[in-house]
Design a protein around this ligand. Structure first.
Ligand code: NCD
Length: 438
């Protein structure tokens, strides 16, 4: 199957960078202050919202955003009413809908769906939530709310709590907080932590380090008084040689998430971390903004709603205006230009590595071999370019010398990225015509 090598659109919070975010927040402020200036900005444009998973806020706020900018909307809000229920592939759907619309917003249960869809059409695709993986526009909403409160992010500490393993909003936000140099405290439910590889990538990419921090409230939430903290290396000189785990005395924001039962997540009775009104009196939370992407379950009782620190309905409220700014950034660079998003490498479709090991990766459902991309300089890690799952690679071939080497050998390290050909085993390399190079 032929797929385009480009990924147009917004698929992951990995695309966010500081210059883009600063200009983006200004644009949202302009849209809030002078909405009438933008009301014809997308006149004549058709936006498609394709949602094969339930949604209230995301779809309706995208649609409200489109209407506020004068665009027309075509929608598919229930996959049972579409040809998906007849077994149509995502690639075919994207190719067809790409011909009807100028931009497509896609929500899908499989990891990497929006990246794959964007390779089937030249129409830009925005990820409205794909499986466990990403929800970049929710992240822009979350960041904008914090930006409105704080002005800047320097020196802030944000805790993410709940189902980190399955919740795409927490994962997306954590990456973006690292883009902005924020200290991140991790408060996962029991058995609901994200995979080590994701955290390793944050630490490598942003020159962060991992340490532990403690507070008695953490025990109420996770069963452990100590929590993992990801922070920029520059912040930690003083505590570097201290034996004892330092106390975290202040959280600037706490991001709660619900248990993602639809992805098979389970919590033991009473073990899922949530907030109570009594805990809101604790000095740790004295100036802490309370955020939640919604919908909520028991982790966030409604008694807290009237507290001035509770910002989750404000988050929902800015959903449309933030998405207006996203549409303008995608479709009206001519008039309202913004610094570019960082493109996500499309990866190389490659039969050598077989299927992606992640059973919820979109490439498996579509019967495609894992397309790989490589991250890390000193220690190369191969990721599925759709779902970011780690691929097993033991050997590296060089396309120019036709030699294959053990992945962690000096010779493999010296292969330039454009010549790199990963292999799972030596046999496969030799069958592909490579000679053993030691
Ligand atoms: C989130 C989602 O769909 O990931 N909802 C949303 O977009 N606001 C969070 C969730 O469903 O838990």
């Amino acid at each position: 199957m032929h797929l385009l090598p480009v990924m147009e659109g917004l698929h992951s919070s990995e695309a966010l960078n500081p210059p883009f975010l600063q200009a983006f927040f200004q644009r949202v402020k302009e849209l809030e202050a002078r909405p009438s200036e933008f009301e014809d900005a997308l006149h004549g444009t058709v936006i498609a919202t394709i949602f094969s998973e339930p949604s209230t806020r995301t779809r309706l706020s995208f649609e409200a955003a489109a209407h506020r900018l004068g665009a027309s909307v075509i929608t598919m809000a229930d996959s049972k009413s579409s040809s998906e229920s007849k077994g149509e592939s995502l690639v075919d759907m994207a190719r067809v809908v790409g011909g009807y619309a100028d931009l497509m917003v896609l929500r899908h249960p499989l990891d990497g769906a929006s990246r794959l869809a964007s390779q089937a059409t030249t129409t830009p695709v925005i990820n409205g939530g794909d499986g466990r993986l990403g929800h970049p526009t929710q992240t822009l909403v979350d960041l904008y709310i914090l930006y409105r409160e704080w002005g800047d992010f320097a020196g802030r500490t944000v805790a993410v709590m709940g189902d980190l393993r399955n919740g795409r909003t927490a994962r997306s936000l954590a990456w973006a907080l690292a883009v902005l140099g924020v200290r991140i405290v991790l408060l996962p439910g029991v058995g609901l932590d994200w995979e080590a590889g994701f955290e390793r990538r944050i630490l490598d990419r942003f020159d962060y380090r991992l340490r532990w921090g403690k507070h008695p409230l953490f025990r109420d939430w996770t069963g452990n008084e100590e929590a993992r903290v990801l922070e920029p290396k520059g912040l930690v000189q003083k505590s570097l040689f201290r034996e004892e785990v330092p106390e975290i005395d202040r959280l600037d924001a706490l991001y709660l998430t619900r248990l993602q039962a639809e992805r098979g997540a389970q919590a033991g009775p009473g073990s899922y971390p949530g907030l109570t009104s009594a805990q809101m009196q604790n000095p740790l939370l004295a100036t802490c903004k309370i955020l939640h992407p919604l919908p909520r379950l028991d982790e966030l009782p409604s008694e807290i709603d009237t507290d001035p620190r509770a910002l989750y309905f404000e988050q929902a409220k800015v959903g449309p205006v933030v998405r207006q700014a996203v549409f303008l950034a995608m479709l009206r660079q001519d008039r309202w230009s913004l610094p570019h998003l960082t493109p996500l490498p499309a990866g190389s479709p490659d039969v050598q590595l077989g299927l992606c090991p992640n059973s919820s990766c979109v490439s498996r459902a579509e019967g495609l071999p894992a397309p790989w991309r490589v991250v890390g300089d000193a220690r190369r890690t191969f990721l599925c370019a759709y779902c970011d799952g780690q691929l097993q690679v033991e050997y590296a071939g060089c396309r120019s010398t036709n030699k294959v080497h053990a992945l962690f050998s000096g010779a493999a390290f010296r292969i330039s990225p454009e010549n790199l050909q990963p292999f799972l085993d030596r046999d496969a390399a030799e069958k592909a015509g490579y000679q053993w190079g030691g």
